[in-house]
Each structure stands twice: as structure tokens, then as C-alpha cells.
Design a protein around this ligand. Structure first.
Ligand SMILES: C[S@@+](CC[C@H](N)C(=O)[O-])C[C@H]1O[C@@H](n2cnc3c(N)ncnc32)[C@H](O)[C@@H]1O
Length: 282
């Protein structure tokens, strides 16, 4: 066994003892990050020097203290994208890729207008802009640190970033009746939920919690989306796996949507609801 393989095996044990389910994946990803190669190439690289092993020990120590893997590598995969992330911004999750996949499968006009509410690092907005290069994509978040990450991630795109609170009724009134697709992965965890240390200690609380029932941001977003969407325009919002019914009811209560459909994430949990703006006047 090579010295690198041995170090990865020792690291895997340490991470598993720290309670990390993905111990062997994380041990390999951190080694690959340090070596500057893809994980698949670890088996074929030259034996690293002593400095590599010292820095690897430090990274494994930090990961054992439950610092998120993505904060240690500085990036997070989201669909086809690698996004810059770090302290102060929500790490995009695989759960949200289900909403992205749904959105990418929709038929939109040639030059659609798309809004991503609560954009964080810009994940959904940037992925949608890459798929519809002629779209106008507007991404909204109220947090300056999140928007700094989004700005850096969206540098080579035409995504427009707006700093605003999406719970304010009548926000961006100039968009009324003109948007083809609104997507959102807002804060939605009900207060008091039990969370892994990586989430509780490192994702901003402002990005996680949606009030006592998890609906504090989803409810105003449904109204905003209803006001902005063109007749037949589409809406998709992610929610906690315990609040699918409430999210459907919230969207129904606006009386602005049809085809309100609860959907599941890639792990089969209820995760987002999609809806279509009614064609008749509200
Ligand atoms: C769960 S994170 C999602 C980030 C991104 N959509 C993603 O999927 O990776 C929620 C985001 O909503 C933002 N946010 C929370 N409350 C907000 C509000 N009232 N108005 C605008 N943005 C808000 C937070 O700053 C955070 O970036």
C-alpha cells in the first residue's frame, strides 16, 4: 500500500470516529483537493512530500471537528456547477438538484425572464442561466455576504443580483405579470429542529430557519411569485420534508395558481412544490 493510501485509510477511521457518515469519500476528496487532482486520479499521482501529509493531517483534524467539507475545499458541487462557498453562505445541497432538474425540463419562451429568490451562492440562478443563455435571470437575497459569493460565482454570467427582503409585499413591482419562471430554495426549517453540527454551527441561521412552522418566507414568496408571473408562468419552491402539505395549502390560498403539485427529492422525500400561474385574471 502506498503512503498516500495508508494516510487516507487512517483519515477515514478518524472521520468515522468523529461521526461522519461519508468518512471515506471525505478523506479521499480532501486528499484530492490538496493534491489538486480529481478524486479518481489519486491512485496514479506521484507519492506526495512531507508537507502534503502535514497539511492533510490539519485538514482531517478540521473535518473531524465537523467543519463542513465544502468550507475546507472552498467549493461545492451543484448539478454541473462548482460554486465558491465558505463561512457566511449556505452550502448548496443535492436536495435542491431535484428542483433544478424539474426546472430544466420545462418549456420556456426563447428569451425567458427567470427569478431565483433567496439565491445564496447563486446556485439555481447560475445553473438556469447556463441552460437558457438568452434568459434574463434575476437573483435576490437580502444578505450581503451571500451576495458577495453569488457575485463571484456569477462573474462570467448575465445573472442580475438584487439585495432585497423577499418578505416585503410588492417587491420589484416592475416585474408584475412579466416573469416566466420563479424558483426558490428559501429558509424553511421549523425552529428548534435537530441539525448536524456542520449545519447548526456553519450554515448561517438566517439561511436555515423559516420561523416556528417553517413557512415564514415560503408564504410571502408564493404571493410575490403569483404577482410577477405571466399567465401560465411556473413556480417551484423547496420546503422542509415535514411541510409539503402546508406549502401546497399556502400556494392554494393565494388563489393565483393551478396544477399545484408536491414533488420529491432524489432521496424520495417530499421536497418541493410546483405550480402554474392561472391564465385568468386574479
Ligand atoms: C437555504 S439558503 C438557499 C440558498 C440557495 N438558494 C441554495 O439553494 O443554495 C436561503 C437563502 O435565503 C436568504 N434569505 C433568508 N431570508 C431572506 C429574506 N427575507 N429575503 C431574501 N433572502 C433571504 C439567505 O440569506 C440564504 O442565502
Amino acid at each position: 500500500m502506498t503512503k498516500l493510501r495508508q494516510a487516507i485509510e487512517v483519515a477515514t477511521v478518524a472521520l468515522a470516529e468523529a461521526g461522519i457518515d461519508s468518512a471515506s469519500t471525505d478523506a479521499e476528496l480532501l486528499a484530492a483537493h490538496l493534491a489538486g487532482v480529481n478524486r479518481g486520479r489519486l491512485a496514479v499521482i506521484d507519492e506526495p512530500d512531507a508537507d502534503f501529509f502535514r497539511r492533510y493531517d490539519e485538514l482531517i483534524g478540521a473535518r473531524s471537528r465537523r467543519i463542513p467539507l465544502q468550507h475546507l475545499t472552498g467549493s461545492a458541487a451543484f448539478g454541473p456547477l462548482e460554486l465558491r462557498v465558505g463561512p457566511g453562505v449556505f452550502i448548496p445541497r443535492p436536495e435542491t438538484e431535484a428542483l433544478l432538474e424539474w426546472a430544466l425540463a420545462q418549456r420556456l419562451p426563447e428569451r425567458p425572464v427567470i427569478v431565483d429568490l433567496c439565491t445564496g451562492s447563486g446556485a439555481l440562478a447560475i445553473a438556469l442561466a447556463a441552460h437558457w443563455p438568452r434568459a434574463r435571470v434575476i437573483a435576490v437575497d437580502d444578505d450581503a455576504t451571500a451576495l458577495d459569493y453569488a457575485r463571484s460565482n456569477a462573474e462570467a454570467t448575465t445573472v442580475e443580483l438584487v439585495q432585497a427582503d423577499v418578505t416585503v409585499p410588492g417587491l420589484l413591482a416592475e416585474l408584475t405579470g412579466s416573469v416566466d419562471l420563479v424558483v426558490s430554495n428559501p429558509p424553511y426549517i421549523p425552529a428548534g429542529a435537530d441539525l448536524e453540527p456542520e449545519v447548526a454551527d456553519h450554515d448561517p441561521a438566517h439561511a436555515l430557519f423559516g420561523g416556528a412552522d417553517g413557512m415564514a418566507v415560503i408564504t410571502p414568496i408564493a404571493r410575490l411569485a403569483g404577482g410577477w408571473l405571466t399567465p401560465g408562468g411556473l413556480f417551484a419552491v423547496e420546503h422542509d420534508d415535514t411541510t409539503s402539505r402546508k406549502t401546497v395549502e399556502t400556494i392554494e390560498n393565494t388563489k393565483l395558481f393551478t396544477d399545484i403539485t408536491p414533488r420529491r427529492d432524489l432521496a424520495g422525500r417530499p421536497r418541493f412544490v410546483t405550480a402554474c400561474r392561472t391564465k385568468e385574471a386574479a
